[in-house]
Unconditional design. Structure first.
Length: 435
């Protein structure tokens, strides 16, 4: 029966090897299988104890971890790993403390060896690593242990004497500059000479007059005036500078159309100061232009609202003061044209003619309208003339004269109507003298 089981096992093994394609022979499979690894546990365990006895604790720990990985019963391995980890931790602390003691004794080589011994057992042990990096590095570095309330700026103030060097603390320790440090944090810092305390430099009283001139050159007129007025208490030359500044302020205010402010600035400058008279003249021109613009604005508003007579009245007042103002002339001509056209539309021909009497000869539409009005009035004059003749034939002499007078009003060039009026008045006088 045992022979049959053995034969079956061999056949199964050959089948597995043929299907998997992972090993080349039965021997290789056996030597790489779990039977082979388990057989090595005793040797690895013995090697771990031998390494521990020689003081190579880190290597012994690695061997026990290997035993834990391959042994089915891991109780012993876990117990040994925990024991060794505790032993290594104690040894690391012992080496580190011995290193600190050697540092206190100024025995730097021995201290370095103790720190390196701690790192050989635990390469991640930061206190020993920082001691080695800072004290035994070719670069000048130092270690600082933070206390409660520390942050990079406060550390920089303590170590370097300058809180502005907080960026060095942050950079060397990979921290943000506003980091709050946990008390006891070891920081690696460059060794720098501490800045000497800054001595307060006694400031000389400022030369306010020179400052005023400098600000005036920079066109800072308000600042220049402030400095000059302060300097006036101790420097008589400041008064002349104040006048110069106020004059420049007035010129700038005129330029920016702040005319009332310019008037006030010039009022503070005594008469006779060079440049004041010219500035006053410019101010008056600017005020006139401002008033002109205001009148034109109002006249245009009346025009837009269809109040053409108000528009004409406004620009005529302006043209009395500024007859050469082209905008006013143009607006007056257009206003007259629109007003006359309105009269014509409402058959107020006499009013239309009166408005067009002042029309600008260069305004083509107005001249054409004027001719239209003249023609229609001439036609009306002829009607009144014929009506007067009818009244005369009917011996209604007063009505005849009234009609002929209307004809003359419509057409002052109607000579026949004027002649008839004269002859009829003579006839009426003769009739009055007859017995």
């Amino acid at each position: 029966m045992r022979h049959r089981l053995l034969a079956c096992a061999c056949i199964a093994a050959f089948c597995l090897l043929g299907c998997a394609g992972m090993v080349d022979s039965v021997s290789e499979y056996i030597h790489t299988g779990p039977w082979w690894a388990a057989a090595q546990v005793d040797d690895i365990r013995a090697r771990a104890r031998q390494l521990e006895s020689r003081g190579d604790l880190a290597m012994a720990l690695d061997h026990w971890r290997l035993v834990q990985h391959i042994k089915i019963n891991q109780t012993e391995a876990r117990r040994e790993i925990a024991r060794l980890e505790k032993k290594i931790t104690a040894a690391v602390q012992m080496h580190y403390q011995d290193g600190l003691a050697q540092l206190g004794s100024k025995n730097l080589p021995a201290a370095r060896n103790r720190f390196l011994a701690a790192l050989r057992l635990n390469p991640d042990f930061q206190p020993a690593l920082k001691q080695v990096v800072t004290r035994f590095s070719p670069f000048p570095l130092a270690v600082y242990q933070s206390v409660s309330g520390d942050h990079p700026a406060s550390v920089a103030k303590k170590v370097f004497g300058d809180a502005d060097k907080a960026f060095l603390v942050a950079w060397f320790n990979d921290l943000p500059e506003d980091a709050a440090l946990i008390p006891g944090t070891l920081l690696i810092l460059p060794k720098l000479e501490k800045d000497p305390p800054r001595q307060a430099i006694k400031k000389q009283p400022p030369d306010q007059l020179a400052e005023a001139r400098a600000r005036l050159a920079d066109n800072d007129l308000d600042g220049a005036l402030t400095q000059a007025e302060q300097a006036q208490k101790n420097n008589p030359d400041a008064q002349a500078l104040i006048h110069t500044i106020r004059l420049k302020m007035a010129e700038a205010q005129i330029e920016s159309n702040q005319l009332e402010a310019a008037r006030q600035s010039l009022a503070l400058i005594p008469d006779g100061v060079a440049g004041k008279a010219a500035a006053l003249e410019r101010l008056e021109i600017a005020l006139f232009e401002q008033q002109t613009a205001l009148i034109l604005k109002r006249a245009r508003k009346h025009f837009d609202q269809g109040d053409y007579q108000q528009s004409i009245d406004g620009v005529e007042r302006l043209l009395k003061e500024a007859p050469g103002n082209a905008d006013a002339r143009d607006l007056a001509a257009e206003s007259r044209y629109r007003l006359a056209l309105d009269h014509l539309d409402h058959k107020r021909l006499l009013e239309a003619r009166q408005v067009l009497e002042k029309t600008d000869a260069g305004h083509g539409a107005s001249m054409a309208l004027k001719e239209t009005v003249r023609t229609r009035l001439a036609e009306m004059a002829q009607i009144h003339y014929r009506n007067g003749v009818k009244h005369f034939i009917n011996e209604d002499l007063k009505s005849a004269i009234a009609e002929w007078e209307m004809a003359l009003i419509c057409n002052p060039q109607h000579e026949k109507a004027r002649e008839n009026i004269t002859n009829t008045h003579r006839l009426m006088q003769k009739l009055e003298t007859m017995p």
